[in-house]
Write a protein that binds this ligand. Structure first.
Ligand SMILES: *Cc1c(COP(=O)(O)O)cnc(C)c1O
Length: 428
């Protein structure tokens, strides 16, 4: 497909490219397997000597078309879908970081990713050091170790909506010979393309804005193809040394720029198996077709809601990167000039208890464990997504105990504000 197309066009038409007589709309290849004529043809696929579909755990045409659309939206080289954002984050890291390895991660990240790094990956022998992403470079540099394999952060953190200085993080990663992995879930490629600022790999929970309708849990890993694995040969043996499970094939030699995503597909996905279902990928693709329209509306609505909250005297504080009062306003302007996201975090003067009472009185905004979908929704991270964290970890993760995560939908902004108003009245 034409590489110069704008993002709006890629949303609608990227990915599936039908040939003569084929369905105009992305078909759902609801098939676990694919037929061949000779045993030899199939053997070549298993040896990675030829390309082709043979088993949906490895590749499926519906999934691949959607992955290609997301890769194109991000300006990346190639992508792989996963069954969830959690799987995407795990595979993105595990693809290059094995037992004995170490990760430098921003502390203000999604609670699920925090647990993944701090608890589960630790059990696999992988250590993590969390850093304050706003700290100066001289400070963050101290977190690196000889066995550090990657740097991880979120473009806009969930739920504290901190904006990442992507160029600073890319500089830090590259000066230590490792790639920067950015979780771009909240910004989406409509508002920010981290590769343009030096990120090497982008991950998504497609469950959020990309699907946008809360129908399908999913994830995606996108590779820019820019990181030179061979230049850091000793650090990344998984890519630069022979893989015994493919007769000694060396990914970086055989697949060049596609080495990372190929290994993620034919080794990590083959062995761990968190694939996206073709049915879910079809729904994800429908969501992507309107992503550019919805994201714009989410941002417009969130700006109005944030301004309303800021002017209300029951509200103690509001964090939204689109507000001039946000400490990340300038970073947001630089990295996301067209808007940031629809998520606002704020707290009430009545503290944790009032925050919970306020939420219970909302009518339009629903209490759900979800964020970034078409319907306005609300969550109290300290009681829900970040419940397993200690008070200390909560503060480190940028989650104040009174923090309300308010995900502004694409309804009428006036109706959303009226709902907030009546709920605030009730707890006076
Ligand atoms: C939700 C989320 C995840 C986890 O994704 P799932 O699809 O729920 O597994 C990871 N990162 C961020 C930023 C998220 O918002």
């Amino acid at each position: 497909m034409n590489q110069s197309l704008k993002r709006d066009t890629i949303c609608v038409q990227g990915g599936w490219q039908p040939k003569k007589g084929e369905p105009r709309v992305l078909p759902i290849y609801q098939s676990t397997t694919f037929k061949y004529e000779t045993s030899d043809q199939m053997g070549k696929l298993f040896d990675l000597e030829e390309e082709g579909y043979f088993y949906t755990r490895l590749q499926n045409p519906t999934n691949d078309a959607v992955a290609a659309k997301i890769a194109q939206l991000e300006g990346g080289l190639a992508a792989m879908l996963t069954s969830s954002g959690q799987a995407a984050n795990f595979y993105a890291a595990f693809n290059i970081c094995e037992a004995g390895g170490h990760i430098v991660s921003a502390a203000t990240i999604y609670g699920g990713t925090f647990n993944l790094f701090a608890v589960t990956m630790k059990k696999l022998g992988i250590d993590v050091t969390f850093v304050d992403q706003d700290a100066p470079e001289e400070e963050i540099t101290k977190a690196f170790q000889p066995n550090t394999k990657l740097v991880f952060a979120e473009t806009i953190s969930n739920p504290s909506v901190q904006v990442l200085d992507i160029e600073k993080f890319a500089r830090l990663a590259h000066s230590h010979g490792v790639p920067l992995i950015v979780d771009n879930t909240f910004a989406t490629p409509i508002n920010c393309r981290p590769f343009e600022f030096g990120a090497d790999i982008v991950v998504h929970s497609t469950t959020k804005y990309m699907d946008g309708h809360a129908t399908s849990v999913g994830g995606c890993i996108v590779d820019s193809g820019n990181f030179d694995w061979m230049a850091h040969k000793d650090k990344f043996p998984g890519l630069t040394q022979p893989d015994p499970s493919y007769h000694g094939l060396v990914y970086a030699e055989k697949f060049g720029k596609n080495a990372y995503i190929t290994k993620a597909t034919v080794q990590i996905m083959r062995d761990l198996g968190s694939i996206a279902s073709p049915q879910n990928s079809f729904l994800l693709n429908l969501g992507l077709e309107t992503l550019h329209l919805r994201v714009k509306r989410h941002c417009e609505n969130a700006q109005r809601v944030a301004e309303y909250l800021e002017g209300n005297d029951m509200v103690a504080w509001v964090d939204y990167p689109g507000l001039k009062s946000s400490k990340h306003y300038e970073l947001a302007k630089k990295y996301m000039p067209d808007g940031t996201c629809g998520v606002i975090s704020f707290g009430l003067k009545g503290g944790r208890e009032d925050s919970i009472r306020f939420m219970d009185n909302l009518k339009l905004a629903a209490i759900v464990t979800h964020v970034a979908d078409a319907r306005t929704s609300v969550l109290h991270p300290a009681s829900h997504t970040h419940r397993q964290l200690t008070e200390e970890q909560l503060i480190e993760a940028g989650v104040r105990p009174d923090l309300i995560r308010f995900s502004v939908g694409i309804e009428d902004a006036g109706d959303i504000i009226s709902d907030i108003k009546q709920a605030l009245e009730k707890i006076k």
